[in-house]
Design a protein around this ligand. Sequence first.
Ligand code: SAJ
Length: 418
Amino acid sequence: MGTTIILGQGYVGLPLAEALTEVGETVLGFDVNQRLVDHLNSGKSHVDDISDAGVAKMISNGYRATTNAADIAHADTVVICVPTPLNNTGGPDMSYVESASAMVAANLKPGALVILESTTYPGTTTNLLRPLLEEGGRELDKDFHLAFSPERIDPGNQKFNIRNTPKIVGGESEQSGKLATSFYSRFVSQIHETKGTKEAETAKLLENTYRHVNIALINELAMFCNALGIDVWEVVKAASSKPYGFQAFYPGPGVGGHCIPVDPAYLSFEVKRRLGADFRFIETAMDINNGMPRYVVSRIQAILNRDGKPLNGSKVLLLGMTYKPDIADLRESPSLEIFEILLEEGVQATFFDPHATSARIGAEVKQSEPDLQAAIAENDVVVLLQAHKAFDLEAIVANSKSVFDTRGILSGANVERL
Ligand code: SAJ
């Protein structure tokens, strides 16, 4: 066994560290956030899928979190799992990858294997990371090895985890690819090798662009079905009876999370930058999905209007602020935008979420209502945005004046669906 250092101890890096400690590797978890590193070294987890006991076990197996980049020099394998968000113009923000790569280049142990896991545009490994590692005359497969392997961590997924989810591996060379494959084979049951790093980078983007485009398709269909008096939820259920050639996607209030609303933009930006072409499916899907929060507000307005109430001054309760059910993750959640728009329109908007008890709206931090049933009783419209298992859906319908259901799971005379 050797030593691995993982740069970035978030929802991707920490589960990777856990899996490696379980197979006897000495693991260093590097992060720039000193508070987070201290939290980890005290045996506390900040990741939904890993418990405090899980971190304590990692520590007993030799795991240590660190903010010291010089620790990279101890590692035979370096895995970069830092964020690749969008910048304020909607394009790739590579600053985390750039700074992590520079740290690796400055502290690399001779002969180490470097693997990039962060989701990024095709060509990042070859054109951004490799030149940094080659500085000072280093040569690929002589002084270092290099590969790309996209993360497939699905927060909250009880069935698939890092060990039983097939892992794509693309080497900057055949030798590097083989080394990366043997690294992951120690704790991942199935490896899929690609011919190079660009294919591995692009495969990850395809996986999530496929979801983004199909979610946009069903969202646009939902808007037209509503206008045409067609029950889109029945339509999807019926189409799902086809045992082949169809995968169901469901309308929703918009697309949240760290993957689906972000990853496709890395592809469309690179196509634009390199070819000057518009990746039309991605850009159209972005427009549709990004427009869903405003569409939800327009439907709330229509419900109030039917009751002779203006948006301004009416009371609306949002149920579920996270981007996915049963986790606390608010990242890119469309619920936050819906809340912000309602407040801008003068609505007395509040929310209830058993997992996310506070949410930042603009410059303010808003708190969840303390008592769900009391909150329901005093609101003109209750909006189901996230179907957390903790919700008593029957009680919600029974005690609400009007319910707007964006998940297509409620029914009743006072219920309207997206
Ligand atoms: N959504 C819809 N309709 C759908 C599916 C999703 O509106 O039919 C919305 C969700 O409400 C959510 C957003 O899209 O706000 C993203 O949902 P997601 O189910 O894609 O969940 P994510 O963002 O956690 O996606 C992850 C991805 N995993 C990785 O990138 C490693 C994705 O590739 C997985 O397919 C997905 O989990 C999954 O299947 O759970």
